[in-house]
Write a protein that binds this ligand. Structure first.
Ligand code: SAH
Length: 372
């Protein structure tokens, strides 16, 4: 039994079963034993590989996206550029290099990184060394500046934010909890008290749900803090993640270790835990101040930003043995499943003054009603 398992077990013994969101938060971000707190999980030798780690094209295009949105905002002289969950810092490094093509953009940028993990903060510092005069780190989004326009990006950030799970039993919704099973290991159960308000909310939108159905609701406070700032001072947030376009039922809690599925309730803190992003729930964060664009498939988003032309240029300049690799990377990013092109989606939420955003041509737009 590892140290985190012992700690969670004693929490359950003293306080009763934990909700799924608390369990997930402890596994990922426990200050001593959390998954991200203790390691660099990325790449071939790690547990999973993300788009910026697959190819430089991903970060470059997102850098161009940021620069273009900044221009559409009227090229403000100060821009708070935020990345939430920057991992190794690879995306931001590629983005800043690409952002040089837009005159004045980098001079306006004040970079703020939101990262809970000290190990990854250190790695980001190393990767981004010398690229900008100053970089600020934040353990949480609520300490971000609140006095200037902002562009915020997050790749595979939302999927790491904890979710609550609820399950229907005998016609009633209950919060799903993690307690101790008959064999002494962690086991799922339901809070005996039914959730009346929640049931009514769901009934209005998503019924009929069969008995046994599971619904997930994510804690989106970090994103809400970013959107409040964008609503007040202008700008946009871009979120890329794996998930579904419409809210629905299902248990999507998933553990991954060494590029393979693992058991979410085993070896806490040693396996990555995520749940799929409900993009409809994100789009609902739009208001009269900010509008949501998308989701667009990662494929459509990257194609509209010109990923195919970019890969041709890279291939033309590459050594012969690298040409095939660049083509294979392109397929991984935009190809159909098991590639990322359709499984992953992009959603942007922007101040209502921004009428259109690169990468979202033809995408659904919601919110911003008071001016629409
Ligand atoms: N964007 C990177 C890494 C994705 S993994 C990439 O695409 O490669 C998730 C990242 O979010 C990690 O850097 C992790 O430490 C960070 N993270 C997870 N939960 C967080 C939270 N609540 N607040 C801030 N960062 C968090």
């Amino acid at each position: 039994m590892n140290a985190l398992e012992r700690e969670i077990r004693s929490l359950i013994e003293t306080q009763g079963p934990l909700d799924v969101s608390r369990y997930m938060a402890l596994c990922l971000a426990h200050p001593e034993y959390g998954y991200y707190t203790t390691r660099d999980p990325f790449g071939v030798a790690g547990d999973f590989t993300t788009a910026p780690e697959i190819s430089q094209m991903f970060g470059e295009l997102i850098g161009i996206w940021c620069a273009e949105v900044w221009r559409l905002m009227g090229s403000p002289s100060r821009l708070v550029l935020v990345e939430a969950g920057p991992g190794r810092g690879t995306l931001m490094k590629d983005a800043l290099r690409a952002g040089k093509v837009m005159p004045g953009f980098l001079d306006a940028v004040e970079l703020h990184l939101v990262e809970t993990s000290p190990v990854l903060q250190e790695m980001q510092r190393e990767t981004l060394k010398g690229l900008l005069p100053a970089i600020a780190w934040h353990g949480e989004a609520k300490t971000l500046p609140d006095d200037a326009p902002m562009i915020a990006i997050g790749n595979e950030f939302i999927d790491a934010l904890p979710v609550h799970q609820f399950q229907k039993k005998a016609g009633r919704w209950h919060e799903r909890k993690i307690g101790l099973g008959a064999d002494g290991g962690f086991a799922f159960g339901l809070d005996p008290a039914p959730l009346l308000d929640f049931e009514r909310q769901l009934a209005e939108r998503l019924t009929p749900a069969p008995d046994g159905a599971i619904f997930e609701r994510r804690e989106l406070a970090p994103l809400a803090a970013i959107l409040t700032r964008i609503g007040a001072h202008g700008g946009a947030a871009l979120l890329v993640d794996y998930g579904h376009s419409e809210s629905g039922f299902g248990d999507t809690l998933q553990a991954v270790e060494g590029h393979d599925y693992a058991e979410p309730l085993e070896s806490p803190g040693e396996v990555d835990l995520t749940a799929q992003v409900d993009f409809e729930a994100l789009a609902k964060l739009s208001s009269d101040a900010v509008r949501a664009f998308g989701p667009a498939s990662q494929r459509n988003f990257l194609r509209e930003l010109g990923i195919e032309a970019r890969s041709e240029i890279l291939q033309r300049n590459a050594k012969p043995e690298m040409k095939d690799e660049i083509g294979a990377d392109l397929t991984r990013l935009i190809g159909p499943a098991p590639n990322m092109g359709e499984l992953f989606k992009a959603l942007a939420i922007a101040h209502r003054d921004l009428a259109a955003l690169p990468g979202f041509d033809g995408a659904k737009i919601s919110g911003g009603e008071s001016r629409a």
